[in-house]
Design a protein around this ligand. Structure first.
Ligand code: PRX
Length: 655
């Protein structure tokens, strides 16, 4: 393998990990999916996915399972027609489950709301009628920036019901980030809230969207959910209160069926350039894989389980495993508005105890935070209802994995470490809880119907025990259908690296162990993974150089014990600017304003030079050595090989 410019953490202990945890006989016996699913799918992949698509209600049956003739643009369930929202709400009522709880919503300040499938259906219909009354028609884009409120889910499903394409923007993104996403998608309506509860206090939300919409001519209306009751600025004619707009609408709405390939949503994610990519997903294939994977990986039994995914709807995990997968499966789930330590560090365990949560899906960064807070905190609660634990977003270190199983899962609960991406739409590599003998830190095996390989530079699969790049060598139903408005970038980013073989390049390093199980090793491109959030180094660099005092910046992701990676920035100040005690704070705040607080560098180091190759490319690998306090690696390709000595000695003297 050639040198990786990757940001991936060095997971040193992976090579020595040998513990294996098979499921209990009782779990295997009752599991939704057994070992035979792999062989069944291998025998006829398309027939397998057609069978999974039959879990959904279709208005018109498809005539062809997969059309891959125009690769890399896939068409799944060609000619099929369905309504995604009907599949997530109405059909459960029609099947006699109207009184089943869809959502146990838990507000941060302690308020709550229980929403049955019958109520969910009525709320989605009302919201759909409201959006239609604004003149929106199928294909139009709607931006949503909202905290974790039930209305966010109603809004997403109402869009789906009308064939509108939603673009949910994480609530923590700045007005500048929101603005560029609205502009790129040319959204006609923005849905938001007056404020949100965060760490026990109301915080503004509409202020942020107001700053964005001051410069987004495509936005005709801003629909505002009342949450905190705080004062907001108001633009007459444009701004509409949700309760006034939606409240008076009929709760009956006749849904139209849309083509399986009708766009469902755009979700922006960071790539290797400063400009986020609008990942496009469509309806039939996406919902099929969302529903199947939720059923298979979490072993969901809708009549018995209480499921909880702690993600935010602003990320793909929230889209697929809070909204579309669970609701398509008729699950009962917890949706929590706030932070895990408000009002105390046992909040999650208290919620699990109160609602009898059986399946809990969270991120390694949070598990490591819980570890720091101490095992005695979950020890105070009854967690015996839990039967499956999930992990997503970044490689999970074996220590955190074992802690999760022992402390939260009573030493017996299967852990599913799920690898996937915004682009894949749904889980791709994961243990199956009733089948797989799990290994701490490994996502292990592609799911039935999915094919993934670890290959070398030439695209040849590496032998067991070796590492390389992760590729997906067969199309899958929930695959991205493109990047909004940028076909070339879609081809370049994912399909050009292994064009000859037709592989999708995931951007992750991976290896096979001696058994052929897959271990993910982190990104191999200039994308960082901070608390499971994807942030590109270039995006943070552009934010830094947009500050008047900064001449040049280089950003790396350095291994961080809690967040997986932390952002470390090296900056060169402009001639007239001098570094003082406030420089780092000023620049960190500037990045927060440009992108959002999640992109704030952990550390900012002012330097006089940056290490560059003769062609002018910044050698981040060397900067990462400095950021991680390692001996600096091979500097022979530097244009000026003394630069690293200058940086290292400069930092030592300023430390
Ligand atoms: O590097 C991989 C990492 O997260 C990236 C995808 O990020 P995003 O599109 O934001 O989606 C996150 C939630 C699905 C991947 O390229 N990643 C995600 N899950 C895992 C992971 N790395 C290792 N193990 C995982 N389970």
């Amino acid at each position: 393998m050639t040198e990786q410019s990757g940001q991936g953490p060095a997971l040193d202990n992976l090579s020595t990990e040998s513990r294996v945890f098979p499921p209990s006989a009782a779990f295997t016996e009752a599991a939704n999916v057994g070992e035979s699913a792999y062989a069944e799918a291998d025998a006829d992949r398309e027939a397998f996915w057609a069978e999974q698509a039959s879990r959904l209600s279709w208005d018109t049956e498809w005539s062809q399972v997969l059309d891959w003739t125009n690769a890399p643009f896939a068409k799944w369930f060609v000619g099929g027609r369905l309504n995604v929202a009907v599949n997530c709400a109405d059909r459960h009522v029609e099947a006699g489950h109207g009184e089943r709880v869809a959502i146990h919503w838990v507000g941060e300040p302690g308020d709550s709301r229980t929403i049955t499938y019958a109520e969910l259906t009525r709320e989605v219909c009302r919201t759909a009628n409201a959006l239609a009354s604004l003149g929106l028609v199928a294909g139009d884009r709607v931006a949503i920036q909202m905290p974790m409120l039930p209305e966010a889910i109603f809004a997403m499903l109402a869009c789906a019901r009308l064939g509108l394409v939603h673009s949910v923007v994480f609530g923590g993104f700045s007005s500048a980030a929101l603005r560029s996403r609205i502009d790129d998608a040319q959204a006609r309506v923005l849905i938001t809230s007056d404020g949100q509860y965060r760490r026990g206090k109301p915080a503004p939300m509409k202020d942020n969207t107001d700053e964005a919409t001051a410069h987004t001519p495509s936005i005709e209306h801003v629909v505002v959910v009342r949450r905190t009751g705080s004062d907001v600025r108001w633009t007459e004619g444009r701004d509409l209160w949700w309760d006034e707009l939606v409240g008076g609408q009929s709760d009956v709405h006749e849904a139209e069926a849309f083509d399986a390939e009708h766009p469902l949503f755009i979700l922006y994610t960071s790539g290797t350039t400063g400009r986020p990519k609008g990942i496009q997903h469509t309806s039939g294939g996406y919902l099929t894989q969302a529903a199947y994977t939720h059923h298979a990986v979490f072993d969901l039994k809708p009549e018995q389980d209480v499921y909880w995914c702690t993600a935010d709807i602003g990320w793909i995990t929230g889209h697929t495993y809070i909204v579309y997968g669970p609701l398509a499966n008729g699950a009962t789930q917890v949706v929590y508005e706030g932070t895990p330590n408000t009002p105390h560090e046992g909040r999650h365990w208290e919620i699990i105890q109160q609602h009898g949560v059986t399946i809990y899906y969270t991120a390694p960064t949070l598990i490591r935070t819980f570890m720091k807070w101490g095992a005695e905190i979950p020890g105070r609660y009854d967690l015996t209802s839990l039967r499956v634990l999930g992990s997503v977003g970044e490689p999970i270190n074996p220590e955190a994995w074992i802690w999760y199983r022992e402390t939260i899962g009573a030493g017996s609960t299967p852990i599913v470490d799920t690898w996937w991406q915004t682009e894949t739409g749904a889980i791709m590599i994961s243990p199956l809880p009733g089948v797989t003998a799990t290994k701490p830190g490994s996502a292990q095996r592609p799911l039935p119907g999915i094919s993934a390989k670890v290959v070398n530079d030439a695209g040849v699969e590496v032998p067991h025990g070796s590492g390389g790049y992760l590729v997906l060598d067969q199309p899958w139903p929930s695959m991205l259908r493109g990047i909004w408005g940028d076909e070339e970038r879609f081809r370049d980013t994912y399909w050009s690296r292994y064009a000859e073989q037709g592989f999708y390049f995931a951007g992750d390093g991976a290896k096979y162990d001696a058994d052929g199980d897959v271990w993910l090793l982190g990104r191999v491109d200039d994308v960082m993974n901070v608390s499971g959030h994807r942030i590109s180094t270039t995006e943070v660099e552009s934010a830094l150089v947009s500050h008047p005092t900064v001449a040049e910046a280089a950003v790396v992701g350095a291994t961080d014990a809690t967040t997986g990676q932390g952002i470390v920035a090296f900056v060169i100040l402009r001639g007239s600017a001098t570094a003082d005690a406030s420089t780092a704070k000023t620049l960190r705040d500037h990045v927060a304003a440009e992108i959002g607080p999640i992109a704030k560098p952990r550390q900012i180091l002012v330097v006089n030079e940056l290490p560059k190759t003769r062609s002018g490319k910044i050698m981040r690998r060397l900067l990462r050595d400095v950021a991680e306090n390692r001996e600096v690696g091979d500097t022979t390709t530097l244009a000026d090989s003394t630069v690293m000595d200058l940086i290292s000695s400069g930092l030592k003297s300023s430390a």
